[in-house]
Design a protein. Structure first.
Lengths: 299, 185
């Protein structure tokens, strides 16, 4: 068989697939549904918000009409406000957990397992606290250290007196890097649910790192509430972060880089990340044991 | 006018069938031809040949997906035209004749085994496409059936050209694995 044979065989593609692709290309004069869905999703992204990686949607109750997915690429959609997701979870009473109120869902289809990775920041907006290296619990810490979770609030506030360096004052999370594994999914695709309201969302691909990149500014609103432990009322406030999600859906992982030092800084940290595979392959059983399952919360 | 009405015009041998077809599917067929031939003039000729083919074929043919059927006719005509042009360029005008003459040595002027293999290949491709998510399938078909440029796919899908290329590359690799698994490679 040669390429002409393959090209000719493409001529036998089913009519319905040809019709659908022609609609995408707007070659027909009929309404361009696919393109319409994509535009709707893009617009909807701006409305939406805490990141949580959840388990496989074994029986998720959702309408799939707004899907715009790539086989190994992240797809995004705005779920129906009433949409709920039943998540397989052996430890729960019913064998599942139910989630609702997701504002944006990123889907990684066709992922059955994950290749475990570690990351190392090649650039940070601050020096790692050398004074901590050699002292517990950071005695292992150096620029050569590989991480599976890098929470900078522990690293850039080394002053035992609690005084913050000026550039970090008023900031609760300068930089956070954490990894999400897709291993928990059993063939139905992995989902990353966003509960913050994203804006200025951009999607791109970084060829040299072989990652799909989703960048956005996220805002989460907290209502005024009485905190019993503090014995006082906390005023309403908005928590704002910049996010860069690097994903390799084929390998089954997501790296989240976020922080409050501005998008340029967050992107620079993400752009300079070193990523390596450990050689381990994670399966859904690992997830069920909560191995590598990050708490999911951000901030 | 819906497809059923247009096809009825063909059945009635009403010449307005062609005009209605051109109104509804002219853009589709011209795009298909132009993506392959990259020549407005050749593409328009190819599309006119498509209308002629439709006029001669319907009836007895009665396509269920008229647009897809027309695009297939246009694509086949455009590819034939392109191959003919390339062969003439390579062989200085004589080689195509020689090839045609040699083709007479083959029983029936065709290769039944090859036709069967292509049919099997088409079926394998359809099975592969059925397992893809809709957007990837659309991109794959748009690229490898309609020969649409990557930039156009990027514009239509809302994805970056780099992402479109990556998705296409991964899909090609997956197709290769599938075809290999089915013993077609």
């Amino acid at each position: 068989m040669n390429r002409d044979d393959l090209f000719d065989a493409m001529g036998g593609i089913r009519d319905e697939y040809l019709d659908s692709a022609a609609t995408l290309l707007d070659y027909s004069k009929e309404e361009n549904n696919m393109n319409g869905s994509a535009n709707k999703t893009k617009t909807g992204l701006r409305k939406t918000g805490r990141i949580l990686l959840i388990a496989a949607v074994i029986a998720c109750l959702f309408t799939a009409t707004a899907f715009a997915a790539g086989l190994f690429s992240v797809s995004t959609r705005v779920p129906d406000p009433k949409e709920t997701f039943q998540i397989h979870w052996d430890d729960s009473e019913n064998g599942y957990l139910e989630w609702s109120d997701a504002k944006l869902v990123l889907t990684f289809p066709d992922v059955g397992e994950s290749r475990e990775i570690e990351v190392r920041p090649g650039w940070l907006p601050f020096e790692l606290p050398s004074q901590l290296a050699g002292s517990s619990p950071w005695d292992h810490l150096s620029k050569e250290t590989w991480f599976q979770r890098f929470a900078s609030e522990s690293l850039c506030f080394p002053d035992e007196s609690g005084n913050l360096p000026e550039m970090f004052q008023g900031i609760s999370q300068p930089i956070l890097i954490q990894l999400y594994s897709m291993a928990q999914f059993r063939g139905d695709g992995a989902m990353l649910m966003l509960y913050q309201s994203p804006s200025d969302m951009t999607e791109e691909h970084w060829d040299d790192m072989n990652v799909d990149v989703l960048s956005f500014h996220g805002r989460e609103h907290f209502d005024e509430r009485y905190v019993e432990a503090l014995g006082k009322t906390i005023e309403a406030y908005d928590l704002e972060y910049d996010y860069v999600l690097l994903s390799n859906a084929e390998a089954g992982w997501v790296i989240e880089v976020c922080g409050q030092l501005g998008m340029d800084t967050v992107r620079k940290v993400a752009r300079n990340l070193e990523i390596r595979e450990t050689g381990n392959v994670l399966t859904s059983d690992d997830f069920q044991n909560q191995f590598l399952f990050i708490d999911g919360g951000v901030g | 006018m819906d497809d059923e009405a247009i096809l009825t015009l063909y059945r009635q041998r009403n010449s307005s069938a062609v005009a209605e077809t051109e109104t509804k599917y002219g853009r589709l067929c011209l795009s298909v031809a132009n993506n392959i031939l990259s020549s407005r003039e050749d593409s328009e000729e190819c599309v006119n040949d498509t209308w002629l083919h439709a006029w001669n074929a319907i009836p007895p043919e009665w396509p269920l997906h008229f647009g897809a059927w027309l695009s297939r006719v246009t694509r086949n005509l455009a590819v034939s035209r392109l191959r003919e042009a390339r062969a003439q360029k390579r062989g200085g005008g004589e080689l195509p004749l020689v090839m045609d003459e040699l083709a007479e040595c083959i029983p029936g002027g065709s290769d039944p085994q090859r036709a069967v293999e292509r049919k099997e290949l088409s079926e394998a491709i359809n099975r592969f496409l059925a397992a893809l998510d809709p957007m990837t399938r659309d991109l794959f078909v748009a690229r490898y059936y309609y020969s649409a440029p990557v930039n156009e796919l990027s514009k239509r899908s809302g994805w970056s050209a780099g992402k479109v290329k990556t998705v296409l590359r991964r899909t090609r690799l997956k197709l290769r694995n599938n075809l290999s698994r089915e013993g077609l490679l």
